[in-house]
Design a protein around this ligand. Structure first.
Ligand code: SAM
Length: 376
């Protein structure tokens, strides 16, 4: 008699389909009318930015990229921020408003006051092609010493680093650092007095070493300490010492989950791991808060659209910090980022806390959620 072997013969539902089904249910509600266009963008080719490597002999790269019509979105935002600051200082805002985006004088002054010197002081340069232009960057090339000229990354990944606003000689912790795109961006500021880059995964830490070797000269690499601790235990190692902490947590990596079968967290056998993500994220964020010195800043980030992994984790961390550790934490307003970077990214305007970059067909970066906390 023929015996059916379900376990081996039943067709498996692809993880990408499970992911999309999950997203349709939850993000349809959360993003409402925006979801169909975000969904379409998630399923299309993503855009990259070229993070210039300040350590390479690459003076000719800006000109090469500008000839292709790419622009450095960080310096553009920085110029905007400076205009606001000047406008507010000398009372010329009204003139600037008429020439610019039509914002009211009051709005510009408020933004100038809120706008920290993050953009003006940053040495980070990242080139992107304009909205709607889907040109691809050529692969990175080595200089005479073998250092690569730029690093291709989702340009939205730079926003959490810019939000951290690293200042000269800051002690910086990158708690979940591998494969190392944001670590490299932190080094490009030229400001890290010391950088601790940690990731629990030994294999992914090897990729971090590889990036450091490909982009950073030895004397700068030597200022970075790479470790493989479970970030949740960081407080037991070096608590309360860092000026700036980046907590770029593992998440449902929505773009990857919608497109790739390999290593997909929506695979049936990873259900438990996926359901536990918000708890792991909360524990990592708590460790990040405890690693920051009083007055220090923590940026929490994910590449998911899920409010359960974004705002809810931050809200829960604020409660736990107060109730269990007697630590007050303040959420910083980053709404000026929306205005500063609106030419490059599409932002969700209804985030309860923090900022969220939405994938859009004409600006296909993200998703990227980031929220800045200050330990008081
Ligand atoms: N910041 C990285 C970058 O820009 O290249 C990406 C980080 S990725 C979103 C999340 C990382 O968290 C993964 O590399 C993963 O290995 C790490 N991770 C997961 N659980 C962790 C834990 N308990 N402690 C430290 N790192 C952890």
């Amino acid at each position: 008699r023929h015996k059916e072997k379900w376990a081996t013969t039943a067709p498996r539902i692809p993880s990408t389909r499970l992911a999309l089904h999950h997203f349709d249910t939850s993000y349809g509600l959360h993003l409402g009318a925006l979801w169909p266009s975000v969904r379409a963008a998630l399923l299309c080719e993503q855009k990259y930015g070229a993070l210039l490597n300040n350590f390479a002999a690459a003076d000719h790269i800006p000109q090469e990229l500008e000839l292709l019509n790419a622009t450095d979105f960080v310096s553009e935002a920085s110029q905007k921020a400076q205009q606001w600051q000047r406008g507010a200082a000398v009372g010329e805002a009204a003139t600037g408003c008429q020439e610019g985006s039509g914002e009211s004088r009051t709005e510009m002054v408020t933004q100038a006051e809120m706008s920290p010197p993050l953009c003006t002081s940053s040495k980070i340069k990242c080139y992107t092609f304009p909205r709607g232009d889907i040109t691809r960057f050529r692969p990175a090339r080595p200089d005479a010493l073998g250092l690569l000229d730029y690093y291709l990354m989702d340009a939205a990944s730079l926003l959490p680093v810019l939000a951290l606003s690293v200042q000269p000689d800051d002690f910086v912790l990158d708690l979940c650092a591998a494969p190392g795109g944001k670590t490299l961006a932190l080094l490009q500021t030229g400001f890290c007095g010391h950088l601790a880059a940690n990731d629990v995964s030994v294999s992914r830490t090897k990729r971090l070493y590889h990036i450091l070797h490909s982009y950073v000269p030895k004397e700068v690499r030597d200022t970075v300490s790479v470790t493989s601790y479970d970030g949740r235990d960081w407080d037991q190692v070096k608590g309360g010492t860092f000026h700036k902490v980046l907590v770029d947590v593992p998440c449902t990596t929505d773009r990857h989950s919608a497109m790739e079968e390999e290593n997909n967290i929506f695979h049936k056998r990873r259900t438990k791991e996926r359901q536990m993500l918000p708890m792991l994220q909360l524990q990592l964020l708590m460790a990040g808060i405890l690693a920051a010195r009083p007055g220090g800043a923590v940026v929490y980030s994910t590449c998911s659209l899920s409010p359960l992994q974004n705002e809810c984790v931050v809200e829960r961390a604020l409660d736990v910090a107060g109730a269990q550790f007697n630590i007050s934490v303040h959420v910083e307003d980053l709404s000026h980022f929306r205005t500063l970077f609106q030419d490059t990214f599409s932002f969700f305007s209804d985030c309860r806390l923090g900022e969220l970059v939405l994938p859009h067909l004409t600006a296909n970066f993200g998703p990227m959620y980031f929220c800045k906390l200050r330990r008081l």
